[in-house]
Ligand binder design. Sequence first.
Ligand code: ATP
Ligand code: MG
Length: 564
Amino acid sequence: MNQEEPVKSLNFIEAMIEEDIRSKKHSGSLQFRFPPEPNGYLHIGHAKAICLSFGLAAKYKGLCNLRFDDTNPIKEEVEYVEAIKDNIQWLGFTWDKECYTSDYFEQLYDWAILLIKKGKAYVDDSSADEIASWRGTPTQPGQESPCRNRPVEESLDLLGRMKNGEFPDGSKVVRAKIDMASPNMHMRDPIMYRIKHAHHHRTANEWCIYPMYDYAHGQSDYIENVTHSLCTLEFEVHRPLYDWFLDNIIDDEKVNRERTRQTEFARLNLNYTVMSKRMLLQLVEEGHVEGWDDPRMPTISGLRRRGYTPASIRNFADKVGIAKRENVIDVSLLEHCVREDLNKIAQRVMGVLDPLKITIANYPDGQVEELEAINNPEDERMGTRRVPFSKTIYIERADFMENPPKKYFRLSPGAEVRLRYAYYITCTEVVKDASGTITELICTYDTATRGGDSPDGRKVKGTLHWVSAEKALKARVNLYDRLFSLEDPYSCAEGETFLSNLNPNSLEQVEAFVEPFLAEGQPFDHYQFERLGYFCLDKNSTPGNLVVNRTVTLRDSWAKQAEK
Ligand code: ATP
Ligand code: MG
C-alpha cells in the first residue's frame, strides 16, 4: 500500500460486507439496490443513499439496481421517474437493472394467496378506523379483528374478488396474521393490500389492489437477488416484518441461497432546509419556489441548477459518512465541498454586480485592447483568454470610497489601484448627480503598467475586477441565499407551519455586466466571478439573454454573521 495515502477506516456497513466476503456468503457476488418512490424529485438525502449503495457496488465489484417502488399510484408520476433517472446518471452512477415493484405485482399476488393458504394472512372487512382503534398502544396489546379467523377459502374468494374490482376503495384489506399482542406495533397484523381504483403510471387499470411497502419491499429484494438492502433508520422497526414475510414465503432449503438482509443507517439531515418530499411538494405547488429544480431547493435538480457539481455532492456524501446515529449536518459543509471542486475546475471571469462607471481620461477614444487573462490559476491547462479593455469601464460600487478609512486599499480620490490584467489607474475626480449620488469617476491610467505590473516596481495594494462598458454584456444575476432563515425550519410557533421560516431574502436579482466571454458558455457552465463567488449559467440562459445563478460566495458569509 502507498504509505502516503491515509488509510480510511471502514464504516460499519463496509465492515459487515467485508466479513460476508471473507466468509464467502452470497457466493461472493453482491447485489444492491436504490429504491425511490417516484412521488417527487430526489434530494440531497437521497444522494447520500445513492452514493452508499452504488458506491459499495463499485467498491466491492457488485451490482446495483434502480428500483422504482411504485406501489402508490395516486402520488406517482412518469415525470418523477424520468427526473430520478436523470439525477442518478448525472451524479455519475449506472444501474445494472431498471426495475419496478409493479413488475412484481403478479408474483406478490401469488404469494399473498400462498400466505392465505398457509393460514398466515386473511381478508379483513373492517374499516380503516376500526383497524386503527384495535391496534392498541405500544404498552397495550391490540384486539383481534372479527375477520381474523375466517376460513381460508373465504379469504381466498374475497381476495380474488378484490382483485376483480368488486369492492370499493377502503372496504377490505388483506392483513398478515402475526400477533396482535406483539410489542412491535408493525407486527400487529399489518396490512398487505388495500383497494385503490386508480390509474397507475405503468400498469394502467390492470390492478385495483396495491401492495403496501412492507409487503412489497423484502420480496422485491428477494426477486432481484439483493444481498444487502440498505435503508434509513426509521425502517429498523420494520425489519422483523421484512424477515417475517420472507420466512413465510420462501423455502430457504429449496432456493439454497443466502437470504437478503436489511441494514439501516442514519439519514442525512441538513440545517436551513427541509427534506421531506411532502414539504418540498408543498413549496412547489404553492409557488414558494419556481419548481422542483429551483436553485434554492435541496433537490439534486435544484443543486445542479444552482451550480453544484456531481463530484462536490459525492464528496459531501463521503465526508458526512455512514453511521448508526442521526445528526444534523451544517449546510456550510456542502458549500465547502462545492467551493473546493469549483476552485479546481471553474473558469475565471470578471463580472460587475453593482456597477460604477469609470472614464479613463487619458485613454484614446474608441480604442479597444484585448488583454490576456488566466482562465484558472489552479489549472494551467485551462489556458488564457482575451478580455476587452476600453476608455469606459465599470467597477463594483463597493470598491470605491470617497472618504476611506486608513488601510482601505481599494479606489478613493487620489489613490492608485490595479485593474486586474489591465493597468494601474488613479482616481482624479468624482462626479455626482444633484442628489449627491456618485454617478461616475474620472481616472487616469499609466500606459507602462499594461498587464497589471509597473516596470518601475511601484506597488499598489488593491486589485479590482472590472468590465469594459463598451464591450460588456448585460446579465440577469440571481443571488441565492438559504431558503429558510432558521437552522431548524421544522420548529415553529403554534398555529404556524415551516413556511413561516422561509427566508424572505433567499433570492435577490440584479442586472449585472459581464465580460463578453460568457456569451460562449452553455447552460450549467461554471464560473468563478473573480472576488465575488462561483456562478453558473442558468438552464434558460442564452447568449443574447444571459441568466447567471450564484452557486456560493467565495467565503462563508453566514459564518461571519454568526461570529458577530
Ligand atoms: P419521504 O420524504 O416522503 O419520507 P423518502 O425520502 O423516504 O420519502 P423514498 O423514495 O422512499 O423517499 O427514498 C428512497 C431511499 O432513499 C430510501 O431507501 C430511503 O431510506 C433513502 N433516503 C430518503 N431520505 C434520505 C435521507 N435524508 N438520507 C439518506 N437516505 C435517505
Ligand atoms: Mg420512503
